[in-house]
Design a protein around this ligand. Structure first.
Ligand SMILES: Cc1cc2ncn([C@H]3O[C@H](COP(=O)(O)O)[C@@H](O)[C@H]3O)c2cc1C
Ligand SMILES: O=C(O)c1cccnc1
Length: 350
């Protein structure tokens, strides 16, 4: 797996310098567009383009079930995964609303929902009917993990081929904050209690139970910290592997990845464990209310753009932040320079 992604393209730092200099010729005080200026430079470096374009965005929502829901770790029953997939297909979920708002291509991928769903707009790539309960046995085989990453990779390439100029990854899977917390605990070796949150809204008592389950899971499964396939096979999720695969597709084609919340950021960490350079193509769009998210973001070495206290997933935070990131490209594409507008430049000794 690592061999396949050994040679991801590097960002073009030279273009970044040119864009930085160009931004300083635009009709505004130096540095006055703050973080947007940094984003413009980053996007140009990723895309190897002085005038990067990220319209239209592609949104891929990967859905899968988690056997660990048997242990009472979520506020909602497993059946909600399938019900929400139907809601996505009917256009009624939050990610549908925000995708429409930003003019995104949206695709829903069944990579491991526990029930069969027949719908002409569903991309059926089911690998298995949910993961096993990893308190008692491995979540899935190495082969399942590799197939899930390959599905994500192919879906990523496919939506890029259809014209997506940046990628938003979303997920749906009841129980996946438990899965993501277990993965993050393995990656960081941190105290489980410090990174577990309330997910869909469990009580603090139930949160204590979730912490104990995750501790026991890690003892029982003993995943290897720098072996992403081993981690995913022992305590992973199919949608998390799929998102990591789609991120690798984006990085290999210089397409910016707009990273969403806690679960998506854990997938991003796994993608960078598979190929370090993937991180160059990632923008963390927001900070979720899930406490593990702050830890995952800092491990990725990123700075979130917004914090609206979201704790939903589906790719919603990335979709909401999209217009901000698009604004960074528009300043390059549309603003006048001092010379073209005939405006006096900054005094040299101020
Ligand atoms: C109706 C509904 C819609 C959702 N959309 C995303 N999630 C989010 O919540 C789940 C993770 O939380 P936990 O680990 O506590 O189960 C995931 O499915 C995630 O995508 C939802 C959850 C629900 C209930
Ligand atoms: O941050 C997230 O992605 C998140 C948080 C809670 C529930 N589902 C998703």
């Amino acid at each position: 797996m690592r061999d396949k992604f050994k040679f991801l393209p590097k960002k073009n730092k030279e273009i970044g310098k040119q864009v930085y200099n160009y931004i300083n010729t635009l009709t505004k005080p130096l540095g006055s567009l703050g973080r947007l200026e940094e984003l413009a430079v980053e996007l140009a470096e990723m895309k190897d383009d002085l005038f990067p374009n990220i319209m239209p965005p592609g949104v891929l929502v990967f859905a899968a079930d988690h056997g660990i829901t048997e242990e009472g770790v979520s506020a909602y029953p497993q059946a909600v995964t399938e019900q929400m997939v139907r809601n996505f297909l009917n256009g009624g979920a939050a990610i549908n609303v925000f995708s429409r708002e930003i003019g995104a291509y949206l695709e829903i991928i069944d990579i491991g929902v526990a029930k069969d769903i027949a719908h002409r707009n569903l991309v059926n790539k089911k690998i298995r009917y949910g993961t096993a309960n990893f308190l008692h046995e491995d979540a899935m085989s190495y082969d399942d993990v590799e197939r899930a990453i390959a599905v994500g990779y192919e879906q990523g390439l496919d939506i890029i081929k259809k014209g997506a100029k940046c990628l938003i990854l979303g997920e749906m899977g009841i129980g996946n904050t438990t899965t993501s917390s277990a993965i993050l605990a393995v990656l960081t070796n941190m105290d489980v209690a410090s990174l577990v949150g309330c997910g869909t809204g469990i009580s603090s008592e139930r949160k204590g139970h979730k912490v104990e389950i995750i501790k026991q899971v890690i003892k029982n499964r003993n995943p290897q910290p720098h072996e992403p396939i081993d981690i995913l096979s022992k305590v992973g999720g199919l949608e998390i592997a799929g998102m990591a695969g789609a991120m690798l597709a984006a990085a290999s084609t210089r397409v910016p990845i707009l990273v969403d919340g806690f679960i998506c950021t854990v997938a991003a960490l796994l993608a960078t464990e598979i190929s370090k350079n993937a991180v160059d193509y990632m923008i963390v769009t927001h900070e979720s209310a899930e406490p593990g998210h702050k830890i995952a973001i800092s491990l990725l070495g990123k700075k979130p753009i917004i914090n609206l206290g979201l704790r939903l997933g589906e790719g919603t935070g990335a979709a909401i932040a999209f217009p901000i990131i698009k604004s960074a490209t528009l300043i390059l594409n549309e603003m006048a320079t001092f010379d073209s507008a005939g405006i006096s430049k900054r005094e040299s000794n101020t």
